[in-house]
Design a binder for this molecule. Structure first.
Ligand SMILES: [Zn+2]
Length: 248
């Protein structure tokens, strides 16, 4: 395999967000999936203040492959919530950053059907027009399957439909290549990773904890979850130190 490795390259934080909004009051569980717009803005400010550039997965590929070094943080948002467009986009643009939103292509313009019952809340997802606005605003659309299943439990046909189908659905929607993938629930195995690579993606992210090693495995990239209760110092510790690596 052609892979340029830089031994000792600094680990890269791939940040994982879901909703950029205030957590609804009535929500008792899973409030941690929400980061308020002011908190998100302060986190982006800190990145910039410390000399980091926030980049989408596609823009960060040379760093992830170990071909370039320097202060970058990868910004990812899972599931394609409408609040990403309303709240995160203007903040990202203000700081000159880009980010990747991983979209469930079978739920465009719908809601979080895969966990609405468990969470007790229906959260609106971006429509096709809104996804185009996200993309036209300088942001990346990545794929997150068609229906948000546990991929390791899918048969081969279903697996192909979820991974290849979401890519073509989203490419049709935004009229641009979709080259980044995210495994729902971080659920993957070798068969899932192999098919993801064969379907033409460039990299895929998991929910495994830790920072990404430049030149490491692009098919099971770990991430750093940023949650509602993380104060700015906590955000910095998780993003810029080995704190999360030790929890992998
Ligand atoms: Zn998801």
């Amino acid at each position: 395999m052609m892979q340029v490795t830089r031994p000792g390259g600094k680990p890269l934080p791939v940040l994982m967000y879901h909703n950029i909004a205030r957590a609804p009051r009535h929500l008792r569980v899973y409030r941690s999936l929400y980061v308020s717009p002011p908190s998100f803005s302060r986190q982006m400010w800190l990145l910039q203040r410390l000399g980091y550039t926030g980049l989408s997965m596609n823009a960060a590929m040379p760093w992830l492959r170990g071909e370039r070094s320097g202060r970058i943080a990868v910004i990812t948002l899972d599931d394609g919530y409408l609040d990403n467009l309303d709240a995160a986009l203007p903040i990202l643009q203000h700081f000159g950053f880009s980010a990747t939103c991983y979209v469930v292509s079978g739920s465009i313009g719908g809601h979080n059907a895969w966990d609405a019952q468990r969470l007790g809340i229906r959260k609106p997802l971006m429509s096709a027009t809104q996804l185009r606005r996200w993309h036209d605003g300088g942001m990346e659309v990545g794929a997150h399957t068609r229906t948000h299943p546990r991929l390791s439990q899918c048969g081969n046909d279903r697996l192909h439909d979820e991974i290849a189908g979401s890519k073509s659905d989203l490419e049709d929607c935004i009229g641009a290549p979709v080259t980044q993938f995210c495994y729902p629930y971080g659920d993957m195995d070798e068969r899932v990773a192999d098919l993801t690579r064969e379907c033409g993606y460039a990299a895929a992210t998991t929910t495994r904890r830790g920072r990404a090693m430049p030149g490491g495995d692009l098919w099971q990239l770990p991430r750093i979850q940023i949650a509602r209760h993380h104060m700015l110092a906590h955000f910095a510790m998780r993003s810029f130190t080995g704190y999360e690596d030790r929890r992998a």
